[in-house]
Design a protein around this ligand. Structure first.
Ligand code: PMP
Length: 362
């Protein structure tokens, strides 16, 4: 087998070798079917079992209560920027959006085209370096149906350690920290995310929504945009993204067998602490632009003293087998994305590289 790189990509991202091996082994002939699962009908028994199995695994792993539906959709998280307000807000209703960075800005921008979405909080002037430090910082206008948060800003490397303690429901984009910690469902009307960071390959958006919030928008929606259509068809109103769902099902089984969400929360803390520890150990040579209490456990963002050093860091890390460490093109710097499937050894390799690079260049 070719050596695998330490892949710090922000998404799509590294997946467990055990999952990839199973997919490889089943690719030409799925369980004696005489074809792969992505060649058979999505209405055939083999795929139906995979599909319903993946929904059940998601529900079990995330402890989704019975009054929530789990939908598998296409269009990634981006479609949800529009589909959420289309389904949860009537024309004259409004929602508050907490603006923590690039992804929250996009969510707000699309929601504003649909209904009365407003910015409930922003740190744009501070360069997006933190989440609100207190719920009292949020503006919540009368009649607000939900407060939208981006639980983890993938580009800025910012996360909510706790969700705002507001007495209206929260809607969360969990794309980049999905199922990396247990979810307190009482707080939410809906959570959504693309699968391609914490849960599997690209091509799949997941929506978990309170059943009684479906179908109450009063709009005449095109069928694909209406959650109620997908709910009544068990996410098979049209041809589902079979390959993505099949691989995610394996990933969810792997996560369950590895110990569940508590285990993945402690792995995330361990991985991120190692990298933030290496940043701290350099006495300001490596520098995090994010306030300590808001630092992401999934996307560790940091700067070096100048951009030339950052370029060399990325190039030399790649030569040493650590790839995709360049920060997002809009902000520069370095970003190490360490999602659910990221092995500890890869983080240890990065931390050793950081120490060596600091010693050689500081
Ligand atoms: N929200 C967040 C927090 C993201 O990181 C991303 C993708 N990087 C998106 C939304 C958009 O996801 P998709 O590409 O699945 O549409």
């Amino acid at each position: 087998m070719t050596a695998r790189l330490h892949n710090f990509c922000a998404g799509p991202c590294t997946l467990p070798v055990a999952v990839l091996e199973e997919v490889r082994d089943e690719l030409l002939d799925f369980n004696g079917l005489g074809m792969s699962i992505i060649e058979d009908s999505h209405r055939a028994p083999a795929y139906e079992a995979i599909h319903h199995g993946a929904v059940a695994s998601f529900r079990d792993l995330a402890e989704v209560p019975d009054d929530f539906v789990v939908l598998f959709l296409q269009g990634g998280a981006t479609l949800q920027f529009a589909q959420v307000p289309l389904n949860l807000l009537a024309d004259d209703e409004t929602a508050g959006y907490v603006n923590t960075g690039a992804w929250a800005t996009k969510a707000l921008s699309d929601a504003s085209r649909i209904a009365g979405a407003y910015e409930s909080w922003t740190d744009a002037e501070g360069g997006f370096s933190r989440v609100p430090s207190s719920d009292r910082e949020l503006e919540v206008r009368p009649g607000t149906r939900y407060i939208h948060v981006t639980s983890n800003e993938t580009i800025g490397g910012i996360r909510f350690p706790d969700f705002p303690d507001v007495d209206i429901p929260i809607v969360a984009d969990m794309s980049s920290d999905f199922l990396s910690r247990p979810i307190d469902w009482d707080r939410f009307d809906l959570v959504y995310g693309g699968a391609q960071k914490n849960l599997g390959p690209a091509g799949l958006g997941i929506v978990v929504a309170r059943r009684d919030r479906l179908g109450v928008h009063g709009r005449s929606l095109p069928s694909y945009l209406d959650y109620a259509v997908h709910e009544s068809a068990d996410s098979m109103a049209n041809t589902p993204p079979m390959f993505a769902i099949y691989v995610m099902g394996k990933m969810l089984t792997w996560m369950t067998e590895s110990g569940g969400l508590g285990e993945f929360e402690s792995r995330a803390t361990q991985r991120a602490s190692l990298i933030y520890g290496a940043i701290e150990a350099s006495d300001g040579w490596y520098r995090s632009p994010v306030e300590e209490s808001s630092r992401s456990l999934m996307n560790v963002v940091f700067r070096l003293p100048d951009e030339d050093l950052e370029k060399r860091f990325v190039a030399e890390a790649a030569e040493a087998g650590m790839v995709n460490l360049k920060g997002h093109r809009s902000v520069g710097g370095i970003r190490a994305s360490v999602y659910n499937a990221m092995p500890l050894e890869s983080v240890e390799a990065l931390v050793a590289f950081m120490a060596g690079f600091f010693a050689a260049n500081s």
